[in-house]
Structure formats: C-alpha cells, structure tokens
Design a protein around this ligand. Structure first.
Ligand SMILES: Nc1ncnc2c1ncn2[C@@H]1O[C@H](COP(=O)(O)OP(=O)(O)O)[C@@H](O)[C@H]1O
Ligand SMILES: [Mg+2]
Length: 387
C-alpha cells in the first residue's frame, strides 16, 4: 500500500500534508455505487422539479442537511429547534449552536440565489464567513471568511506525535488553486466521481481553521448543480455522514494512506444515494400531505387567506403570527390572519405550541415528522436526539 501526496515541514517543523491531484479510480471499481447514486439523486432532482411548491430544497431539505451536517460535527440543534430558531421568536436552548446550523442553511439559500460567477474558493470562504462571522469568540469571528493562519490537524495514531497535519498555511492558497481547477474542470469523467475526489481533496487541504467538514459538504450539491449535472443543488451528504461518521472519516483517511480512491468514491456515492433516497421518500410524503391540505381547504371562499397560507406553511411548518403577516406583507390584517390560522387549527393542519399575540407559535407537525422522526407536537423545544 503506497500513500500519495507529500509532507512538508512548517516553520516549527511540523510535517504538513500536501495532497496531489487525486487520480480517478477505474470506473469498473465504482460502477455499482455510482449508478445507484446517479439514479437516486436524478430521481430526487426530477421529483423536485415536479413539486407544486417552489424552493422546497432550500426551505426544507437544505435545512435538514444543515442539521445533519452540523450534527455530524457535534451540534445538537434538531430540525424542530432550527425551525423555531428561524421563526420570529429566534429562540433556542443552545443559541450559539442553533446560530451555526442556521448560518449553514442561510449560506446555502444565498448561494442558491446568486449567479454562478464566483469561484469555488470564494464560495467556500463565503460559507465559512456566514458560519463564523457572528461567533461569540472574537478570535473566531475575526477569522470568518479567511484562510487558516495556523496549521490544523487531527488525531492520528499513525502520524508523528499522533497528529496528522493538513496542508501548511503557507501552501494553502497554491493547493486551493489546483483544487479549484480540478473541481471546475469538465470532461467525460462522471461529475459525481469528480466531486467525490474534489471533496476528498478539500478535506485534506483543510483550508479554514474550523468548519471544513460543513463547508466541504455544502460545496458538493452546489458544484453538481453548477456543473449542470443536476437541476437542483440537491446531492446532499449530511444525513448519511451523520449516520456513518466513522465510515466517512476512515474512508477519507484510507484513501490518503493507500493512494487509491475507489473505496472512498464508493463510500461517497453510497452516502449521496442514501441521502437522496431518504429525501425522495420525504418529498413524496410531503406531496401527499399538500394534496390533502388542498382538498381540505378547497371549499373555502376563493379570497380566503387560507389559500395563501397553505402553500407557505408546507415549506415553513413552524411559524408565528408575525412570520405569517411578514410573509403576506401588508395585504392581510392581524384579524384576517388570526381567522385563517384558526381555520388551519380546526382542520388539524397546524397546532399552537405557545406564545401570545403576534408571537404565538404554530406547527404543522405532520410535516415536521417527515424531517424528524419524533413527535414534536406536544413540545416546542424538543431535546430528542436524531436516530
Ligand atoms: N483523518 C482525516 N483525514 C482527512 N479529513 C478528515 C479526517 N478527519 C476528519 N476529516 C474531515 O474534516 C472534517 C472536520 O473538520 P472541521 O474543520 O472540524 O469541520 P467542521 O467544524 O465542519 O466539523 C470532517 O467532517 C471530515 O470531512
Ligand atoms: Mg469542527
């Protein structure tokens, strides 16, 4: 087994890894997993295109991915917590944790809305800035959106001093330039494999002080959409990484040690496939819920606020009266909104959690349950763990 890349000492003599262009694995060695991932993610992509309500990726699936991708790194904010934090109440049992998860989802929203002009490096730094610019530690906040200035490493019993150091700060810019060219290149190689290798490479450079996992995983769906492989940025990894963190990290590491990327590529593809299959299932169930809601509200007066509320609630299933009024800015009175929400309660579409006046919090628990397999209807701030 022959590893690849090289090690160079930093100014204190620590040996820092300098990756080389990762070689494409033989297609025969990854074919089954690649086919499965391609099929799963394309099917999810098509279902998203056909879904009757727009922006369902950003509003729900990117939020779920942010929860999982952050959960894989120790965050405890659940999907329920995130939605409550993103309501006008802005509250969370661990506000710093919730803020980082929300920032990941918001960075995705902003990047999805933006043009395609920015480089992948700038995209990564943009996500990093959003993640840390409001960190409570002023040192961390000052480094938001900037490349690392100190070497970063991870525990590795096989490395000198039991620490494996990623690319040295002095070499990071140059390493990223090579990574950028590779990530942006388009030829007849399968794009999923290219992005698998790009992700492996990004993680081994580890260009920012912290957040490399979350930033790197978010780049995958964004790059695949940008490259035209998919219509939506929907090739998420977070859920599968959260469920199989050790497999993911071991595969990243083994590829470096062996210099052979087929096993890593298979793991990456399996994770993309797993997340896409779960998400497709959720989307189908979401569609059924929406159809039921439309049927239940069909007979209401055509100008009823309820008809505007239903498509909004399906992607904003936890909201306050204030949120709903902001959404329908200026066109609906407080009274009319109250009446419409009351209708949704009578129909069993939403339930009230707590709060008073404009801060009353409502939730459509059957939607939440799709994204969080626990019953959250009885508590506004569930501490339940993901499976
Ligand atoms: N031994 C390793 N070799 C290469 N990459 C690794 C290794 N261990 C972890 N990683 C990558 O580093 C990420 C963690 O880096 P970090 O900067 O702390 O990001 P985050 O704060 O988002 O977790 C993991 O999610 C994984 O992608
Ligand atoms: Mg970290």
């Amino acid at each position: 087994m022959q590893g690849f890349g090289s090690f160079e000492p930093d100014e204190r003599g620590r040996l820092c890894y300098l990756p080389v262009v990762p070689p494409f694995p033989k297609l025969d060695d990854v074919w089954g997993q690649l086919q499965r991932a391609t099929r799963a993610v394309e099917e999810f992509d098509r279902a998203l295109a056909a879904f009757p309500v727009p922006d369902v990726v950003g509003k729900l699936f990117a939020r779920l991915d942010a929860v999982h991708s952050s959960g894989a790194e120790g965050a405890t904010t659940t999907f329920t917590d995130l939605l409550e934090y993103q309501s006008s109440l802005g509250r969370a049992k661990d506000p710093e944790d919730a803020r980082e998860v929300a920032a990941t989802a918001e960075a995705f929203d902003e990047l999805s809305a933006q043009g395609e002009a920015v480089s992948y490096i700038d995209t990564a730094l943009f996500i990093h800035r959003r993640l840390f610019e409001r960190a409570s530690d002023p040192m961390v906040a000052a480094g938001a959106g900037k490349l690392k200035v100190h070497p970063n490493g991870t525990y590795d019993p096989e490395s000198l001093g039991a620490t494996f150091f990623y690319t040295a700060p002095a070499s990071t810019s140059q390493a990223l330039a090579a990574w950028e060219a590779f990530t942006a290149e388009a030829n007849d190689r399968p794009e999923l494999v290219r992005q698998a290798l790009s992700h492996w490479w990004f993680e081994h450079i580890h260009p920012v002080p912290d957040g490399n996992g979350r930033v790197g995983r978010l780049l995958v769906p964004l790059a695949l959409r940008r490259k035209g492989a998919l219509g939506h940025a929907c090739a998420f990894l977070g859920e599968a990484v959260h469920l199989n963190k050790n497999v993911y990290v071991d595969a990243l590491k083994d590829a470096r040690r062996t210099g052979e990327l087929s096993a890593w590529t298979r793991v990456f593809c399996s994770m993309v496939a797993q997340s896409a299959a779960s998400n497709l299932d959720r989307l189908e169930q979401l569609g059924q819920i929406y159809t039921r809601w439309l049927a239940a509200t069909k007979s209401m007066r055509s100008h009823s606020v309820v008809h505007r509320l239903v498509p909004w609630v399906i992607t904003k299933p936890t909201f306050t009266v204030r949120d709903a009024l902001t959404q329908l800015a200026g066109t609906v009175t407080f009274q009319a909104m109250n009446t419409a929400i009351k209708r949704l309660i009578d129909l069993g579409i939403v339930t009230q959690l707590d709060g008073g006046g404009r801060d009353r919090l409502f939730t459509a628990s059957e939607v939440i349950r799709l994204f969080e397999p626990i019953d959250v209807s009885s508590t506004s701030s569930s501490a339940a763990m993901l499976p």
